[in-house]
Design a protein around this ligand. Sequence first.
Ligand SMILES: Nc1nc2c(c(=O)[nH]1)N[C@H]1C(S)=C(S)[C@@H](COP(=O)(O)O)O[C@H]1N2
Ligand SMILES: [Mo]
Length: 512
Amino acid sequence: MSVARRARENGPFAAIGVLAATFAVAVAHFVASLLNPQSSPILAVGSAVIDATPTPMKTWAIRQFGTNDKIILIGSVFAGTLVLAAIAGIIARRHLRAGLVITFILVAIAGVAALVRPTAEILDVIPALVAAVLGPLTLWWLVRALRALEGPVAASDAEPGSSRRGFLIGSGVLLLGGAAAAGAGQWIYKTRSSLSNIVLPKASRTLPALPAGLEAKVPGITPFSTPNDKFYRVDTKLAVPIVDHNDWVLTVDGMVDKKLKISYNDLRDMAFEESDITLTCVSNEVGGRYVGGARWLGVPLKRILDQAGISPDADQLMSTDVEGFKIGTPMSALLDGRNAIIAIGMNGKVLPREHGFPARLVVPGLYGFVSATKWVTRLTATTYAKDTSYWTDRKWATDAPIKIASRIDTPKALTNIKPGMTAIGGVAWAQNNGIAKVEVRIDGGAWTEAELGPSGGNDYWRQWFLPWDAPAGNHRLSVRAFGNDGSEQTAVKANPFPAGSSGIQEVVVTVS
Ligand SMILES: Nc1nc2c(c(=O)[nH]1)N[C@H]1C(S)=C(S)[C@@H](COP(=O)(O)O)O[C@H]1N2
Ligand SMILES: [Mo]
């Protein structure tokens, strides 16, 4: 049989395989949006893939795709599903039962993925069950309708158009129905996500407004305060968890004198403080974008820990999120007097869902993966000998202080700028200590001290700039930072794994 002929014969069956799977997944997605978005089949498979991905591959993916890694992952899972669904359709042309079984297995995998999540509830299997019934059923109907068109009956039919019309109308209905279900699912998810009816409590300790940053003066420099929707996001979730603050409880347990249960309203009744803290991800490369500064509204974590009475033998605080994801923080860092908080507000707004609503931890000076638990529901005093967490199970460091760092924002690497007066500028951070000095080097010459922007406190990053009369040619720009405690940014290169990157950024620009 010629390739063209085979394609002509198999093409429609591949298409109905895809149609059946898409329709089933779309309706399942809709059902999941009503129950638990994480149980949507594609997302459940994606999450299982994330958790099973070896660390080097994950690091590679974050480096390659940045925050887009999730979109690419979901896209790949979806594309893989479609290919298998097409194959199931082609097989169903001759072996209907085999095709149906493949479709069923495909959907069953998603069901299992939804159920093996640490906090899975029995209801989470419903979207997969819906897909498991709809997928094979839809395929069965489509295969029979299509076979009827191919067969001798249709050819000799007095009204050959009628079964064709029925098939086309049926397919159209499935296509539209699928699109409507997926759209409605997204809409419900969005609506359920809205936080517009929650009002933040007043802070008992407020901070003066941050001074105007250098961004008004130095074009291209990172703003002093990062807006919530521009704040980097790093976590393992494919769908942002929707936590109902009315049901939410923070449990404090483990090696404590007194176990605590704190509701959202209990928490809101506590005395809140504003804090300017810069958050950084361990995956940030030298010169990278996984860092941001915000004004958090929170309660000192120590106040809650003291209330529970932490055993002196506990050296780790294990925090668990709403889905069972665990982060371990050195207890010493939480009791040494630094401003570790449990935050419910970010830049004057209710903590966005992406950043951990209803509450998250923020610990100045520790990378997010060992400290900044979002959607936190449980704080357990324990020991490193007894308990391990998500990232340390993947061989990342257990204790990871943020390394002093600086970044050039402008001019941008590998761009072309005009000769004459301009500014080299960027940000630098040394959480806990604060930035004392930033130096810039041009073409390997002497290090020159840059001018610092206003201070936002020692836990906050600092902008800097150096006026530069840029001469024509190619130029190499470097930056390094010094902390108030005498620390100095090292030139020694380190990769993000396992405890954070180090080294000196070098930017090459062309002036012409
Ligand atoms: N529940 C939960 N909290 C989490 C993570 C996560 O995967 N799950 N990632 C951590 C990491 S690695 C970082 S860098 C910060 C990022 O916080 P952001 O997304 O608000 O910027 O959150 C931390 N908290
Ligand atoms: Mo991170």
